[in-house]
Structures are given as structure tokens and as C-alpha cells.
Design a protein around this ligand. Structure first.
Ligand SMILES: Cc1ncc(C[n+]2csc(CCOP(=O)(O)OP(=O)(O)O)c2C)c(N)n1
Ligand SMILES: [Mg+2]
Length: 337
């Protein structure tokens, strides 16, 4: 295939670049399915990470499966997919079926996987950070070099006490961890300017004595490179990094939110012009990594996979009431007995 446009691929192969696009399209497709199922009354809730595809698909490409630990937050569908969670597992979570990793007991969209090294997600903002730092501390205490923790959170989370305590502890102990902020400019209805008096969240790193870097969160390759460098530093004993990927949340906070109550349609339409998904498609087609028809085929195969996963997950049984306390208390203790 002839190369038409040159671009900095930061060492990524054609296959890896196509895999990043596939992740981004899958993320968007699965999310759309979540909203559809919610509007059909089949699931009570779905969340929205449209606008976060590039940062998540890029960062996931830097994660080393079988070695690193991911401690994500609730908007990280693309990270989970990128490190190996299947659409079927996502749908089992959305339908809250017994075969889900949590037995159908976790909040929807709160994925976890022992197999992939993904810790379960907390809905409580920033509560995952002490857990992530604890995991990084364990890696250090055990002398396990070559492994790192990747943890993520939103802009709003950086106002929580746990955020500051966690970064400070990780800095003092030089832990193998990367703090990745997905700054989408909003914390539900609170815009960034009402959340903090600075523009660049990564500059907060300076206050803790660790490196900080900002990256274009609409550019998956830039996000990959930033995450790779920070993870490599952590794996090699170089300590923590604070990364900030600047992106945007195109949809409402979740299916329970009406974002037109707090931001104008004009603002959203303006930011849509930079939508990272069609933009990355254009990059790959322009560089000759994919043809337009190959992108169409990818889209078709993704939809077929999502439809199949939806049908299979929907027919699976719900959890049973008599095992409500299984995996919560030791042995066969039932609190009401
Ligand atoms: C401790 C705590 N306070 C408030 C909430 C309610 N809440 C859920 S999501 C959210 C906004 C978080 O915004 P941000 O950290 O920017 O992440 P985003 O949802 O934008 O990705 C809030 C306030 C919560 N879950 N936990
Ligand atoms: Mg936010």
C-alpha cells in the first residue's frame, strides 16, 4: 500500500494502529447499545464516554497485559476493551447477569477482571486512588520491577482529598504508578473553571515533586506515547507521573442526566468538530494504513459482534437471591440468620 501522508506513529505497527481504531469504534458502538437498551427499558443505566475514545484506546496500547494493573474509573470502557475485556463481558455487566465477573452484583459499567488485572471500580469519586497506590506499594515492597499500576480519574476527582493524599504518598515512596486524568472539562454540571483556578491539571504534579505532562486527548497516538513513557518510567523504578489528557464529554454524564440544563448545544456542536473517532479514521486512511472500504468492513463486523454479544448476554440468567451474601462474608454466614 502506498503511503500518502506521513505522520508520527511512535513505533506503532499498522496492526496496532488498526487495533486502536477498532477499539475506538467498538467503544462508541457499545456505548450506543447501552443507551439504546436503557431507552428500551431493558437496563436501568448506561454511561457515556464519547469523546474519551482516543485517550483510552491509546493508553490501553501502552498497558502490558499479564504484568500491569489497571485501576480505572467508571468512564473507562475503552481502557477495559483495549486490554482485553470482551463485548460479551461488557454486555453481561450492562444486563447485570449472574455470569458477570461480579456475579451481576456490581453497578453497571463497573467492570473488573482478575484475568486481565483490572480492579473493580468504585462509584465514589477518587476512592480508587488509595487502592491503586496500595497496589503500587505492594509491587515495590515485593521488589517486582517491570510492573506498574495505571489509574484513571476525571478532572472533578482532582478536588478530592483522597486524590491529593494518594499522589503525595506515591511521590514520597516513589511508587510504580501512573495517574492519568481524563479531563473532559465537566464534572457532571460543574465546569472546570468552577472546580479549580488553574487551566492545566498536570501542573499540580509540581506540588508533589513528580513529573507531569499534558497531552491532546483527541489524539490516540500522542496518548499512547505519553502513557508508554510514563509507564516505562514507573516500571524502571523512576516513580510516579501525573498525565492529563484533554478531551471532552460529548454526551450527557449518563442516561440519568440532561446536559442541556447546564451547557449550550452550541458548545457541544463546536467541540464535536474535533471528534477523535472520524479524525483518526481520516489519519489512517490518509496515511494509507486503511482504505475507506476496510474501515466500513470494520464497522460492520463490530456491529455484528455487538449484536451477537447483546443477544447472548440477554438470555443469561440473573443472579439468585439466595446467594446474595456469597463472596461478601466468609463461609456460609448469612447476616439475617
Ligand atoms: C465522593 C463523591 N462525590 C460525588 C459523587 C457524585 N458524582 C458522580 S460522578 C461526579 C462527577 C465527577 O466528575 P469527573 O471527576 O470530572 O469525572 P467525569 O464523570 O467527568 O468523567 C460526581 C460529582 C460521587 N460519586 N462521589
Ligand atoms: Mg470530568
Amino acid at each position: 500500500m502506498t503511503r500518502r501522508t506521513d505522520f508520527d506513529r511512535h513505533g506503532l505497527s499498522d496492526e496496532q494502529l488498526r487495533s486502536i481504531l477498532r477499539n475506538m469504534l467498538m467503544q462508541r458502538g457499545l456505548e450506543n447499545r447501552g443507551f439504546q437498551l436503557n431507552r428500551q427499558g431493558k437496563i436501568p443505566f448506561a454511561s457515556a464516554s464519547e469523546g474519551h475514545e482516543a485517550v483510552q484506546a491509546g493508553a490501553a496500547m501502552a498497558f502490558e497485559r499479564g504484568k500491569d494493573i489497571l485501576v480505572p474509573y467508571y468512564r473507562d470502557l475503552g481502557l477495559a476493551l483495549g486490554i482485553g475485556l470482551t463485548p460479551y463481558e461488557v454486555l453481561l455487566s450492562l444486563f447485570a447477569r449472574a455470569a458477570d465477573h461480579s456475579g451481576g452484583r456490581q453497578f453497571l459499567h463497573h467492570y473488573a477482571s482478575r484475568r486481565l488485572g483490572v480492579q473493580t471500580i468504585s462509584s465514589v469519586i477518587a476512592a480508587q486512588l488509595p487502592h491503586a497506590v496500595g497496589a503500587a506499594y505492594a509491587l515495590k515492597l515485593r521488589g517486582e520491577s517491570g510492573r506498574a499500576v495505571l489509574t484513571t480519574f476525571g478532572d472533578g476527582a482532582t478536588s478530592e482529598g483522597e486524590w491529593h493524599e494518594s499522589i503525595n504518598f506515591a511521590a514520597v515512596h516513589q511508587l510504580p504508578i501512573v495517574f492519568l486524568c481524563e479531563n473532559n472539562e465537566w464534572a457532571i454540571s460543574t465546569p472546570q473553571r468552577m472546580q479549580m483556578a488553574i487551566k492545566d491539571i498536570y501542573r499540580k504534579a509540581e506540588g508533589y515533586g513528580i513529573p507531569g505532562a499534558g497531552v491532546d486527548g483527541f489524539d490516540p497516538i500522542a496518548c499512547y506515547a505519553a502513557a508508554r513513557d510514563a509507564l516505562n518510567r514507573a516500571r524502571d523504578g523512576g516513580g510516579p507521573t501525573l498525565l492529563e489528557a484533554k478531551c471532552y464529554r460529548f454526551l450527557a454524564h449518563s442516561t440519568d442526566d440532561d446536559d442541556s440544563a447546564y451547557r449550550s448545544r452550541e458548545e457541544v456542536a463546536e467541540r464535536r468538530k474535533d471528534d477523535p473517532v472520524p479524525k483518526f479514521e481520516r489519519v489512517l486512511v490518509g496515511a494509507g494504513v486503511m482504505t475507506p472500504s476496510a474501515v466500513e468492513e470494520m464497522r460492520t463486523s463490530i456491529l455484528a459482534e455487538i449484536n451477537d454479544a447483546t443477544d447472548r448476554a440477554e438470555t443469561m440468567p440473573y443472579p439468585r437471591s439466595d446467594d446474595l451474601y456469597a463472596q461478601v462474608y466468609g463461609a456460609s454466614y448469612n447476616p439475617w440468620q
